[in-house]
Design a protein around this ligand. Structure first.
Ligand code: SF4
Length: 401
């Protein structure tokens, strides 16, 4: 390479390098500006919260135990749905020690219908750990909270800041939405790196004086004013003058989030099988979807009446009638069940099976346990995926009484 060419190459490389450095510098300044803008929201947001916080049962009790229960219940669940569960829970288990001493079936029964049952199991496990290792008091450091079953960054942040006044962030979907709008941040919020960056921004502004109230004020703003799906009530927002998206008339552009993959749809047929005043239930596998919960027998596909009869006859049962029931649907995070159902009556005179106590029943998919309505009401946890059929069954057992 001659001298001239060499020098030209070198100059080009330097230009590219300078360009990259400038770009990095610009990005850094932009990020610092956004983080700086956020600092100004603390005071108006707290003032707004003082005057507008909703009256919620868990806000009347800042005991760490009550805060923890409410925060776990509120994960992926609407406030209105949680209220009755929270009240019932604290009546049944007024202290962490009472919870730790309860059998798991009782804990799950109280959770029945709230979904994501691993939360209830983790609460129960945590209660036992805390009883054994922390003299029945939830630990008050962020790091120790994070080690408890079912407590992630978000829950450790909310419990830590609300119950123990730790100046730590808690960033949920509501908070991500609010922060990206205020800062007009267009990074994809489904990316962990974006969540990490925004969490650091919030960490930098959580005040030492009222960390729990501040975190709640951000969540409250997201839940009641800075609403999702392009419908924020900016005219009532206490930080609209600081909000970049509002100032640029671009509130519908934020947050940026890549679309979720389509849920898989699965048809299943649920059978309510009656044997006198009892109905067939079975226990699910101890891992995977709805692990270890009770359910009504159900099978893949949309079965025809004759297929139902043959299926039960193949199990040695004697169906007399099979009445088609209404259809139902249940949506899980990744899957949608499209359910059809039958109410099947068996000939009691041809039945001779003896059964163990329900608490000892550990049968698999092919084993049925015959439960009466008292047992179904008081002890067995039937997930809400079966809600429609559960209600039909309880009504049928009651009217036959
Ligand atoms: S001004 Fe509108 S978009 Fe901005 S934070 Fe308030 S409600 Fe959300």
């Amino acid at each position: 390479m001659d001298q001239q060419k060499y020098l030209t190459n070198q100059r080009n490389k330097e230009k590219i390098l300078q360009g990259n450095n400038l770009e990095q510098e610009r990005n850094k300044n932009l990020q610092e500006n956004k983080a700086g803008r956020l600092k100004k929201i603390v005071v108006p947001l707290l003032q707004w919260y003082d005057n507008n916080a909703r009256d919620l049962p868990w806000r009347e009790n800042s005991e760490p135990y009550a805060v923890w229960i409410s925060e776990i219940m509120l994960q992926q669940t609407r406030v209105e749905a949680v209220k009755p569960y929270y009240d019932r829970w604290l009546k049944a288990f007024p202290t962490l020690s009472a919870l730790a001493a309860a059998p798991e079936e009782e804990v799950l029964k109280l959770w029945e219908g709230l979904g994501y049952y691993s939360r209830a199991r983790n609460i129960h496990k945590t209660a036992k750990i805390v009883e054994e290792n922390y003299e029945g008091m939830l630990p008050s450091s962020f790091e120790a909270l994070l080690k408890l079953p079912g407590v992630g960054e978000y829950s450790a942040g909310s419990i830590g800041s609300i119950a123990f006044q730790l100046p730590v962030p808690c960033v949920d979907g509501n908070v991500l939405r609010v922060i990206t709008r205020i800062t007009a941040e267009d990074a994809d919020i489904s990316e962990p790196s974006t969540k990490k960056l925004l969490t650091e921004w919030v960490r930098a502004i959580v005040p030492d004086a009222r960390p729990g109230d501040f975190n709640q004020s951000l969540m409250e703003l997201g839940a009641s004013i800075c609403l999702p799906n392009g419908l924020p009530k900016c005219e009532s927002c206490p930080v609209s003058s600081l909000c970049e998206a509002f100032q640029q008339n671009k509130t519908t552009d934020f947050p940026v989030k890549k679309p979720k993959p389509q849920r898989k749809k699965e048809k299943r047929t649920v059978l309510l099988i009656l044997l006198g005043d009892k109905a067939a239930v079975r226990k699910r596998k101890d891992s995977g979807l709805l692990a270890s919960l009770w359910e009504y027998p159900n099978y893949p596909g949309e079965l025809k009446e004759q297929e139902v009869i043959e299926k039960l006859q193949a199990k040695g049962l004697s169906p007399v009638t099979a009445i088609k029931l209404k259809k139902a649907k249940h949506i899980f995070t990744h899957i949608e069940w499209q359910l059809s159902g039958y109410l099947v009556t068996l000939d009691e005179s041809l039945f001779s099976e003896k059964q163990v106590d329900w608490a000892e029943f550990s049968g698999g998919e092919d084993d049925f346990f015959w439960a009466n309505s008292d047992l179904l009401h008081e002890h067995l946890t039937i997930p809400s995926a079966f809600k429609v059929y559960h209600q039909i069954l309880l009504n049928t057992l009651q009217s036959a009484h």
